[in-house]
Design a protein around this ligand. Structure first.
Ligand SMILES: *Cc1c(COP(=O)(O)O)cnc(C)c1O
Length: 374
């Protein structure tokens, strides 16, 4: 781990760069908003921790009523349990004896759930759970037609659910039905139409299983783009959004029902960067390139500064195009806040998240599950 870019009590202006900075009041408002949605809609909230990878943010979600967290990797789940989370859903298929053993062993210290989309996985999960004397909850993942894992909704899901229910060491817990491709459908009506069609499909499969005596204790899905549809469906009883806590430039391009850019959650996460070269009027070079911020889905944007656009990223440099009107507003040494293009992989690039309130550093959190690839 590298040295932290700031210490508690520092003036926010003294934070070294590039650094990941979270505006704590904005973070808490986002967490409050999602928690009150879940309460109103009467669904359980299980935020996805692959976004923040940070047990202290998970803790803030749990104290607001979240039932646990989702993780995408076994090592991420281990980091969350070490960090105090007692209920984790690994919302992924886990393949290979090393990982499956870790998962089964982790179930000694936490409630652990995982997904299956094939009988071979069910057999491997069951054998490992028996060997460690633990129980794994297993959900059947339904494939939403977006090249993710899963089984075809309908009879294939029923057959796999039966297999889980009959396997010693396992408990059949329900259905995982996350529709990844729907989250970033920009137009609200289209996003809703795609979600509602999916909810119908999930509902029919749930009914099929329950008529066969396989109770779906959990029907879960829904990310930041669609949680409202799943949450109010009466079909899903759990939602698993992740990005809402911090948001990013890519999510900022989704539209709401009035055709405006979505605004229910705030940008609470920023890449703080320093202008390192300002020799040409039309552009500036900052110290945050692709090693400080991910650009796979969208470029970072410059926060609340007009006439400045982040247009290019190399290893350690970012290029900011500066309009003629803004040329006087930016000097070498000046710091800028960038909204990350894509929050999850950006956080994964940093060892620390610096939390700021009223211009003062209040927290310096380790990103404990950083690099959790296993
Ligand atoms: C990433 C992910 C989420 C969270 O999605 P956001 O768009 O970040 O809210 C939920 N469930 C699964 C399975 C995911 O992979």
């Amino acid at each position: 781990m590298m040295r932290p870019p700031a210490n508690v009590g520092d003036d926010a202006g003294a934070i070294d760069t590039p650094a990941l900075v979270v505006d704590l009041p904005a973070l808490d408002r986002n967490l409050d908003r999602m928690a009150s949605f879940a309460e109103r809609a009467d669904v359980r909230l299980r935020p996805h921790a692959k976004t923040h990878k940070c047990p202290m943010i998970a803790r803030r979600q749990l104290v607001r009523g979240a039932v646990g967290v989702c993780c995408q990797k076994v090592s991420e789940a281990e980091a969350m349990v070490v960090g105090g989370v007692s209920d984790v859903l690994v919302s992924n298929e886990i393949v290979g004896p090393a990982k499956v053993d870790c998962l089964a062993a982790l179930a000694r210290d936490a409630r652990v759930s995982v997904l299956a989309d094939h009988p071979d996985l069910v057999a491997a999960y069951g054998a490992a759970a028996e060997r460690f004397g633990t129980t794994l909850s297993v959900l059947v993942e339904l494939q939403a037609g977006d090249m993710r894992p899963g089984v075809e909704p309908g009879p294939a899901a029923l057959e796999l659910a039966r297999r889980i229910a009959e396997t010693p060491g396992l408990r059949f817990s329900g259905l995982q039905a996350y529709q990844g491709g729907a989250q970033h459908v920009r137009n609200f009506d289209e996003r809703r139409a795609v979600s509602l069609a999916w909810i119908e499909t999930v509902s029919a499969t749930r009914d099929l299983l329950e008529e066969a005596g396989l109770r779906c204790e959990i029907v879960t899905g829904g990310g930041t783009g669609t949680y409202g549809f799943e949450g109010e469906s009466g079909v899903f009883n759990e939602i698993q959004p992740g990005s809402y806590a911090v948001m990013d430039a890519d999510y900022g391009l989704n539209r709401d029902e009035n055709g405006n850019f979505v605004s229910e959650f705030e940008n609470s996460l920023f890449i703080l960067t320093t202008t390192i070269s300002r020799n040409f009027p039309g552009f500036a070079v900052v110290d945050a390139g692709v090693k400080a911020g991910n650009v796979d889905q969208a470029m970072p944007t410059v926060w609340q500064r007009s006439g400045m656009e982040y247009v290019g990223a190399s290893d350690e440099h970012g290029a900011i195009e500066v309009s003629a009107g803004a040329a006087e507003d930016l000097r070498a040494g000046d710091k800028l806040r960038l909204v990350p293009g894509h929050c999850d992989p950006t956080i994964n690039l940093h060892d620390w998240i610096v939390g700021v309130r009223d211009g003062v550093v209040e927290t310096v959190w380790p990103v404990s599950a950083r690099g959790a690839l296993l």
